[in-house]
Ligand binder design. Structure first.
Ligand code: BGC
Length: 514
């Protein structure tokens, strides 16, 4: 059997050292990089539904929305122009992550984080003071560049700093910050929406400067990772740092392995050409498929459009916003479940459990909407029905929050060897951003055409991704990051892409054992 091939990471090295307060602190500070991404994910939907904002920047959209008297709930809120504006950030992040990958490798992880914080700050200032659409879009592009830099460097930073046994937990603090950012943004919108005078949107956009300042100041104080220090020729500093973050002087073995990894890395002048080599096919596939699948769970439909969805099922404007906040809270709390369990149960267990949970919820939501709205999109649904729907959506969000959410950032950041890690992470960020953009752009049209079938559409994707995880993703828990090659080599499918001498580029593949 090719698939179902598992590898128990427990059989690789276990370096001495413990979880020090120092490493915990540095990881928490670095993870705040997730705040800027989260704040943005959470703020845009609310701002673009504020009438004063629409009137000022998108008068045609505003006119169309107020004139719309159609009763077909599936096709009510379609405004491509507005979604194009929202999505411009993701395209900017996509492009920026490639530049970030170069800087992260050459200048260190910390440098990219700092750059991300500063650029995001500039974007927040421009947006908060926006006088016309031009300023608004320029600001958004800067925000996107900031997000691209942060998302490219922070997960790698966390995975390198963490002792292998706690890598899942520490890396997931990034996702925790994303969810906190989303929740804060939801609450901010809730408050600023009430500001009389119609400038609430300005406050929402300008407050992005706070998470940006936290990231910027935080990263000034962060040390760089030993892996990156060695790679950039600072061997002594790396050794000292390793001792400090592991809380022991007994770091010889780990240090030696980092040096070996770095020597390999130094041979590589062109990470982008290297990543295409046959021996990295497994990692490349995973780096592309994980973020792709993460977006195809449909989670961002809930994140971006929860208030619209809830309005669609008959909630009033306020109740819809409340429900969005409840979902935000569930998202944060459920992330702790994965933080607490990922290094014990492993990545695969969480992926498969979360996937199954999301699949079931999507089928139920699709069916509930089908029963009431049918294909005409017209209905008057009882309150209990709408509440039940929100509850099931909460169970779905919890499933995402302890599986594809955090694992979507953890797994790609821990599977690559040092020489192509930075490039690999850039690929993950850009695929993620591309499909975030795609879903944001296509959702309203899809809802209009697929109707309740939209939920079945995502359910089918979740089913497929569970198969991918089951057959093609080996377990990586507790495996030291620079030892990860072993995991791929032992996998019954991916192993056939790797020759014993580890350099089979261009040569015929191994014949797999059957
Ligand atoms: C995803 C985002 C999503 C968020 C929700 C992140 O991991 O990349 O697209 O909005 O989780 O919490």
């Amino acid at each position: 059997m090719a698939g179902g091939a598992h590898f128990d990471g427990g059989t690789t090295k276990d370096y001495p050292g413990k979880l020090t307060g120092f490493v915990l602190l540095t990881c928490i500070v670095a993870a705040t990089g997730g705040l800027i991404f989260g704040y943005d994910l959470g703020i845009s939907g609310g701002v673009t539904s504020m009438n004063p904002f629409l009137k000022k920047f998108f008068p045609s959209v505003y006119r169309k929305e107020t004139a719309d008297t159609s009763t077909n709930q599936y096709c009510k809120f379609d405004s491509q122009l507005l979604t194009a504006f929202t999505s411009s950030l993701y395209l900017a992040a996509l492009v920026a992550s490639f530049f970030a990958s170069y800087l992260t490798r050459k200048m260190g992880r910390k440098f990219s984080m700092l750059a991300g914080g500063i650029i995001f700050f500039a974007g927040a200032a421009l947006n908060g003071g926006a006088k016309d659409v031009g300023m608004l879009i320029a600001g958004r592009i800067l925000l996107g560049i900031g997000v691209g830099f942060a998302n490219q460097s922070v997960p790698v930073y966390l995975s390198e700093m963490a002792p292998a046994r706690y890598r899942g937990m520490l890396n997931m603090s990034f996702q925790l910050m994303i969810t906190i950012g989303i929740l804060i943004a939801n609450l901010v919108n809730f408050g600023t929406n009430k500001i009389a005078g119609g400038w609430g949107w300005r406050v929402s956009l300008a407050l992005a400067a706070i998470p940006a300042a936290i990231v910027t100041v935080g990263s000034l104080f962060l040390p760089d990772t030993p892996n990156s220090l060695i790679d950039r020729g600072h061997d002594d500093a790396a050794l000292n740092m390793l001792r400090r973050i592991r809380g022991t002087n007994d770091v010889e073995e780990e240090y030696k392995d980092l040096v070996v990894a770095s020597n390999e890395s130094k041979k590589i002048k062109h990470p982008w050409a290297n990543i295409l080599k046959r021996k990295y096919r497994a990692q490349l596939t995973v780096a592309i498929m994980i973020p792709f699948f993460q977006q195809l769970t449909g989670m961002n439909v809930i994140m971006f459009y929860a208030p619209v969805l809830f309005k669609t099922v008959g909630f009033g404007a306020n109740a819809s916003l409340y429900s969005a906040v409840i979902i935000g809270v569930v998202n944060v709390i459920a992330t702790f479940v994965s933080i607490a369990t990922v290094d014990r149960f492993g990545r695969r267990t969480l992926f498969l459990e979360g996937g199954t949970q999301m699949f079931i919820c999507q089928l139920i939501v699709g069916t509930m909407i089908a029963i009431k709205f049918g294909t005409t999109g017209e209905a008057d649904i009882p309150k209990w029905y709408a509440i039940l729907l929100v509850l099931i959506i909460c169970v779905y969000v919890a499933g995402f929050a302890w599986s594809w959410g955090p694992l979507g950032w953890l797994v790609p950041s821990e599977i690559f060897p040092l020489e192509i890690r930075s490039a690999g992470q850039a690929i993950t960020v850009s695929v993620n951003m591309f499909f975030t953009f795609g879903i944001a752009q296509a959702f309203l049209a899809m809802l209009c055409h697929l109707k309740f079938g939209l939920f079945y559409f995502f359910a089918v994707w979740v089913f497929i991704m569970n198969g991918f995880i089951y057959y093609l993703l080996p377990e990586t828990k507790n495996v030291p990051i620079e030892e990860m090659a072993i995991v791929w080599k032992k996998h019954s499918f991916w192993g056939r892409f790797i020759d014993d001498d580890q350099d089979n580029n261009g040569k015929p593949p191994h014949t797999p054992e059957v």
